[in-house]
Design a protein. Structure first.
Length: 630
């Protein structure tokens, strides 16, 4: 009797990334970018202001759920963990490009510089002539329809207005992030394989895409707790008579109303479950550093008030000190990796290493030269263009290091871009009106560094190493995303703008700054330079202490990021997470810490999923809904 032989299902190779996975990622970029920009347009929160983007986690969670069904029905078409993590990296990079601190600032700046110009502010007279028409639009009449809406992008006169800024800025973004990726390829081995930094931020996407993730009871406890809170808070937003659960800001400053304690200023305490969950995976001494230095900055303000130093404009020079610390962190990082960097340069020069090193070194050199040439062609002085690009890459490299080592839930580093630092160091008269005017456009990619794409690129390489997939296919996926995402972002913004009216946020203040600079140019800021030097020295001193005292819990990177505005929201949640983790390790040990880890992942996932649903509902209805983050 013949028995039918059942065919054995073909299983995909877990150590390969197939092209169809990359095409899926590229196909998701338009959906993802629409979500990110529409969240801003209809006031549904800012997905890219945190270290990990909730819109990406939401999409990957849906893909993981769908993938379970595909494994049963069509196993050869199911995505492997490496492919899912490739999609995660692609969508994270796409979100960073389209996000709150890059494209959303660019599209607003290049249009409102003309739209908000008036006879009263004299922008047209002061600096319009310094802004090239292929980077900024200054014709107010042609911009009216874009800001009022009820029209269509696809009319010839509208396309003719925008095509040059679209190509110029898309090319610049692609070149900027490609050069950043070359830096990541150079640093990858040192930070991932030699120093083996912790990369706490990737814990959720890695576990989310692993088999049997959703079978843990602790995980579901965290999901239900955090998701349930956001569900009822959303109902409370719609129906205020219903009770809410958490999410309220309580300011401590009214409790300190007498001098010198009133100098602490706004000091909110609020509990975010997802922040508690993320901070659980930060090394204990690093999470201590995060909240300790926030309190230290407040203490510095109190001391300054006691000594009368607050009368000095800019005291305590938080951003300037932070810039000095970042410079110190970068110098020490390069020094510790000097042998690796020497190896990279030698092998790339001799051609004895895989093509990635030769590509990375040449890409860094060529990319840096083209970026400098871009701003020189725009009218910037050559030496100013060089320093602008150097300071930008210095800052985002430090941010990438901070995320790999510390993994904070947010890293703002506001007011530390070259457009802020260079006028303080050289004085405004030395820079001249043209450079100062172009700094309003440089601000577009240096407003803040919360959602920069460079850390996500390196974390993608770390995930590739962790899942044993080849990094070259991931690198191709990232580069394709870098090319596609800016173009999609422009399409989304202009489509929504001509249909529903564009947004006008931020740009008024930055061009008012330019107006003030040109009318009242300031000299070299000696106090700010002194603060930068002190920050540099302080970072060296703190590192020396750590080398001598192994128990010393404070890291320079914590000092650099803990004084910025956004940390106000998260410091208390990180403190709560620190106390929980310390108590678990102190009284229950490492085994309990590991068993409890899925619960804290559940806090992040639950808040991200339910919070995303409220946001998507708001986008669909085109009106504000509850948002779990500002």
């Amino acid at each position: 009797m013949n028995r039918s032989i059942k065919p054995v299902p073909v299983q995909p190779n877990p150590r390969q990334i197939r092209w169809h996975a990359i095409w899926i990622g590229l196909g998701l970029v338009p959906i993802n970018n629409y979500w990110v920009f529409a969240s801003l347009r209809w006031d549904q929160g800012f997905p890219t202001t945190m270290s990990i983007f909730f819109n990406v986690i939401f999409i990957i969670t849906l893909l993981v759920t769908l993938n379970y069904a595909i494994k049963r029905l069509l196993p050869s078409y199911a995505l492997t963990q490496g492919e899912l993590l490739t999609l995660y990296t692609m969508l994270s990079v796409a979100s960073a490009i389209c996000g709150h601190d890059l494209f959303e600032v660019i599209i607003t700046n290049i249009s409102t510089v003309g739209w908000l110009a008036s006879e009263e502010n004299e922008w047209a007279v002061l600096f319009h002539r310094y802004l090239p028409d292929w980077l900024a639009l200054t014709d107010k009449n042609r911009l009216t329809v874009y800001f009022t809406g009820e029209s269509s992008l696809y009319l010839p006169r509208h396309l003719q207005l925008w095509w040059r800024p679209i190509l110029s800025w898309s090319g610049f973004i692609g070149l900027l992030l490609s050069t950043a990726f070359c830096i990541n390829l150079i640093l990858r081995k040192q930070w991932i394989e030699v120093e083996r930094l912790s990369y706490p931020i990737i814990e959720l996407p890695y576990q989310l895409t692993s088999p049997h993730f959703f079978q843990n009871r602790w995980l579901w406890s965290g999901i239900i707790l955090a998701g349930g809170m956001d569900f009822f808070n959303g109902l409370h937003f719609l129906y205020p008579s219903l009770p809410g659960f958490g999410g309220e800001f309580y300011d401590l400053s009214p409790l300190f109303s007498t001098k010198p304690w009133d100098a602490i200023g706004w000091t909110p305490i609020v509990i975010f479950p997802f922040v508690i969950g993320l901070a659980y995976f930060i090394p204990l001494d690093l999470s201590f550093t995060f909240w300790f230095f926030y309190i230290f900055w407040k203490f510095e303000m109190v001391i300054g008030s006691t000594l009368g130093l607050q009368q000095i404009a800019g005291f305590p020079f938080i951003f300037d000190q932070s810039f000095g610390v970042c410079l110190g962190v970068l110098l020490m990082t390069l020094w510790s990796g000097r042998r690796h960097l020497g190896y990279v340069i030698a092998k790339a020069w001799r051609g004895q290493e895989p093509i990635s090193y030769r590509f990375a070194v040449l890409g860094l050199i060529i990319g840096g030269c083209l970026l400098i040439g871009f701003w020189w062609a725009a009218g910037m002085s050559f030496w100013v263009a060089i320093l602008t690009i150097i300071i930008h890459f210095m800052t985002i490299t430090v941010i990438t290091r901070v995320r790999a080592e510390l993994g904070p839930p947010i890293h703002d580093l506001r007011s530390m871009g070259p457009d802020v630092i260079l006028p303080k160091i050289f004085g405004m008269r030395t820079l001249g009106a043209r450079n100062l005017s172009l700094f309003s456009l440089v601000y577009s990619f240096n407003r803040a560094y919360r959602g920069n794409a460079m850390p996500h690129q390196l974390e993608g390489l770390k995930l590739a190493e962790r899942t044993s997939i080849p990094s070259h296919r991931l690198s191709i996926a990232v580069m394709l995303t870098i090319v596609l995402s800016p173009l999609i972002a422009f399409w989304v913004a202009l489509h929504i703008g001509y249909q529903s009216g564009a947004i006008e946020v931020w740009s008024g203040s930055i061009f008012n700054r330019t107006q003030s600079w040109l009318n009242n140019p300031r000299p070299v800021d000696t106090a700010a330079i002194t603060a930068m030097i002190w920050g540099l020295i302080f970072s060296f001193l703190m590192t020396l202490v750590r080398l001598r005292l192994l128990w010393w819990p404070l890291y320079p990177v914590g000092y650099a990021i803990s004084g910025t505005w956004a940390v106000n929201f998260f410091w208390f949640s990180v403190l709560i997470s620190y106390l929980i983790k310390w108590s678990i390790l102190r009284f229950s040990g490492l085994r309990t810490y590991r068993r409890a880890a899925p619960f804290f992942l559940g806090l992040v996932l639950g808040e991200f999923m339910v919070g995303s649903m409220w946001g998507l509902l708001g986008i669909f209805l085109q009106k504000p809904m509850y948002r779990f983050i500002w």
